[in-house]
Design a protein around this ligand. Structure first.
Ligand SMILES: *[C@@H]1O[C@H](CO)[C@@H](O)[C@H](O)[C@H]1NC(C)=O
Ligand SMILES: *[C@@H]1O[C@H](CO)[C@@H](O)[C@H](O)[C@H]1NC(C)=O
Ligand SMILES: *[C@@H]1O[C@H](CO)[C@@H](O)[C@H](O)[C@H]1NC(C)=O
Length: 388
């Protein structure tokens, strides 16, 4: 494929600063779009030849069979490499913020979302992670994951847009931000980098923490636990993005998928206390997930736990997150037990005193888009403020 010899990351990683066309953020923040040109190479999965990548029905049947455990999606590995443009939004605390911390939070969204999710769209600062973090003195960088947001949708959704390559890209990105002052588009380096994930963005923190524990100083994993309920994943009712939104995704390959039903998306991602205008906006503006993201993530070699990670970890998941916590009606304590067990399952070497969890009530999967969001932000930062 696009395999190429990489010079040192310093040469290969040319960061591009765009015009600081500030997005409407809180008064405690100064935000600007940024992009990074990242060279990376990974051993991506070769997917089972049992489906036709150009046939929407076949792609979706393949993913559903995978969720039911009926097909082994990965049959081998192959090297995939290249140079990838990764877009995002960088916000820093305004000068008036008293306590300025020398720490960057990198915010990594889940499937069918993009970097905008962390800003709460236009629904106000109560849903804006950047605004809260910046007011606490942290810098924030929300990235579009490979294939999502403003990033190219011309990459092959089967062979290229996979989590293994994503981990290598985010590794190079973090290395650049950690050590390069002038050449990265943040225009300063950070050695304290806190990885904040949501859902799939939390899931891919595991291989990053396992393979490159030195790159992060703490993890905050939201909308995630060590147990995924695959019966819920089977309800996704996927369709090709180019079928559902022909004007937004014209000609995009069939393996770029979205959720076909608004009511189903709402019932999977929202519960209890939320503004009903949000899931409607969310559905109309949803992003993609690729067949490669589903298939390669099911590979145990990829998802094995970061057993030697010792840095602070916090996990925050809505009680009624039916994919990762409990079904509505099940006691809050059951969700909290699962969050406790997540430490022993996945982070056995994170000392109990460096591990915290929080399960906001009356809250589904997209916790930062629920009424409980301010409490989630407060709890996450109370935790981080002990260390940074
Ligand atoms: C697409 O795949 C489905 C399910 O495997 C199959 O029934 C159908 O015939 C295929 N369509 C084409 C045009 O190959
Ligand atoms: C998983 O979800 C299904 C519904 O999709 C539900 O019946 C089942 O109880 C859930 N499993 C757990 C362990 O929560
Ligand atoms: C964790 O450390 C042990 C002891 O050094 C080592 O045997 C094991 O392979 C490490 N695990 C990982 C995932 O690196």
């Amino acid at each position: 494929m696009l395999a190429q010899k990489m010079p040192s990351w310093l040469l290969a990683l040319t960061a591009v600063a765009l015009t600081a066309n500030a997005a409407p953020c809180a008064s405690t923040s100064e935000c600007s779009p940024v992009s990074f040109d990242v060279a990376a190479t990974a051993q991506n999965a070769i997917l089972s030849p049992s489906y036709d990548p150009n046939n929407e029905t076949s792609v979706i049947e393949f993913i559903n069979a995978m969720a039911r455990g009926e097909v082994n999606p990965v049959v081998g590995v192959q090297e995939i490499g290249g140079s990838f443009l990764i877009n995002g939004i960088y916000c820093k605390p305004a000068k008036g913020v008293k306590k300025q911390r020398n720490a960057l939070q990198i915010l990594v969204h889940g499937i069918t979302y993009n970097s905008k999710m962390w800003g709460g769209y236009h629904f106000g600062d109560k849903y804006n992670w950047h605004a809260y973090a910046n007011s606490e003195g942290y810098h924030t960088l929300a990235i579009d994951r490979l294939g999502h947001g403003l990033n190219s949708k011309l990459l092959d959704p089967n062979t290229v847009v996979q989590p293994t390559l994503q981990v290598q890209i985010y590794r190079q990105l973090l290395q650049c931000i950690r050590s390069n002052t002038k050449g990265n588009s943040l225009r300063r380096k950070f050695t304290n980098i806190i990885y904040v994930g949501h859902s799939y963005g939390s899931q891919i923190a595991l291989p990053l923490a396992r393979l490159y524990p030195e790159l992060t100083s703490a993890l905050v994993l939201t909308g995630w636990t060590s147990r995924t309920n695959f019966s819920e994943v089977q309800k996704f009712n996927l369709a090709s993005a180019s079928t559902i939104y022909p004007s937004r995704f014209p000609g995009v390959a069939k393996g770029y998928l979205t959720l076909a039903s608004e009511s189903l998306r709402t019932s999977l991602f929202y519960y209890g206390g939320y503004d009903p205008a949000i899931p409607t906006f969310d559905f109309a503006n949803q992003d993609i997930v690729t067949v490669g993201e589903f298939a390669a993530n099911a590979n145990p070699a990829f998802t094995s736990p970061p057993e030697n990670y010792t840095k602070p970890v916090m996990v925050i998941t809505g009680v009624e997150d039916s994919i990762f916590c409990v079904q509505p009606g099940v006691a809050q304590r059951e969700c909290e037990k699962l969050l406790e067990k997540t430490r022993t399952d996945v982070f056995p070497n994170v000392p109990a005193k460096k591990y915290e969890y929080f399960a906001p009530r009356n809250t589904g999967h997209d916790l930062t888009l629920h009424y409980s969001a301010p409490e989630t932000f407060e709890r996450a930062h109370k935790f981080l403020n002990k260390y940074f």
